[in-house]
Write a protein that binds this ligand. Structure first.
Ligand code: CA
Ligand code: ZN
Length: 301
């Protein structure tokens, strides 16, 4: 078994000046324990999100120094296994979520993980564990609660077992961290939370030299995704679409108008989340058309 990092050391900003808690080698198996997005401050339904210390929201375990990850590389994060605790929490808070103006009540609900199901008020919800916060140090030093170019609060449900996430390395060693596991979360994350749960994740790192992407790239389930976050859904969709068309043009040596038509055939436009300080969308290409390596090469040219 490789290295293990427990959740006693966390950070709240993708800041290169935060000293690493340890280092790992490329292709070394690493186990990372995580707090839930409330830093485990809520354990019962009578505890409300309005009463917790907000400076401790969205902790990421780390930062972890990745040996041989150099500025300008793409850091590949292979997600081998996600194990979650048996009880998660979901909350509402007036003003929060996509329908924030309609929310009248602050409420906490427990959700119980039972094998392949998460029990919410007697409804059997498919158990789909995923990672909400995952990223590396960035020049803009954005908070872990915000999604960005080097990752962050991406809340993208395909960041899960079997996926590989590619992040741009802006500082030697990357300074990686993750947290905010969800036992279940639908696209959009409408109410502002998923089934928020503590747990642990097994990952392994690799690098693709000189292929630092402008935004996170994800390969999962036969698709390659470009994951883009901006101030509004419209802005995110425009930015992602522009990059997608340009990447297709470069990958297949076709001009912009041909690439624009091709995008209409192969680029699925999807929403990751609607509720964080920036909104995250993704564009998925079948890997038979564009695998992660080919997309990273097209983006770097
Ligand atoms: Ca989140
Ligand atoms: Zn979360």
């Amino acid at each position: 078994m490789g290295k293990r990092f427990d959740s006693s050391k966390v950070f709240y900003r993708f800041d290169p000046d935060i000293p690493p808690i340890g280092s790992v080698k490329l292709k070394e198996k690493v186990e990372i324990e995580t707090r839930d997005c409330f830093s485990n401050q809520i354990t019962e339904e009578n505890q409300l999100v309005s009463s917790i210390d907000f400076s401790q929201v969205n902790p990421a375990t780390g930062p972890i120094f990745i040996e041989d990850a150099k500025r300008g590389d793409a850091l590949a994060v292979h997600i081998h296994k996600i194990r979650t605790a048996e009880t998660g929490l979901i909350v509402t808070l007036p003003g929060e979520g996509f329908l924030g103006e309609d929310v009248k009540e602050t409420r906490t609900r427990k959700c119980k993980v039972n094998g392949n199901w998460v029990d919410f008020r007697g409804v059997k919800v498919p158990y789909r564990p995923m990672i909400g916060v995952i990223g590396v140090a960035s020049e803009d030093r954005h908070p872990t609660g915000v999604p960005g170019r080097t990752g962050g609060n991406l809340d993208t449900r395909y960041i899960t077992e079997g996926a590989t996430l590619y992040l741009p390395v802006e500082f030697d060693g990357a300074l990686f961290g993750l947290g905010d596991l969800h036992a279940a979360m639908a696209d959009g994350e409408m109410c502002v939370a998923g089934c928020e749960v503590r747990g642990e994740v097994e990952v392994e790192f690799d690098v693709l030299r000189g292929l630092s992407p402008p935004w996170p790239v994800l390969e999962y389930g036969g698709y390659t995704y470009l994951v883009v976050s901006a101030g509004s859904l419209e802005e995110s969709l425009k930015e992602a679409s522009r990059i997608a068309v340009r990447a297709l043009s470069k990958a297949f040596s076709i001009d912009w108008h041909d690439a624009y038509m091709l995008s209409s055939l192969v680029a699925d436009v999807q929403i990751s989340q609607l509720v964080d300080p920036k909104k995250t969308v993704r564009i998925g290409f079948p890997t038979s058309v564009l695998n992660a390596k080919k997309l990273l090469e097209a983006l770097s040219r």
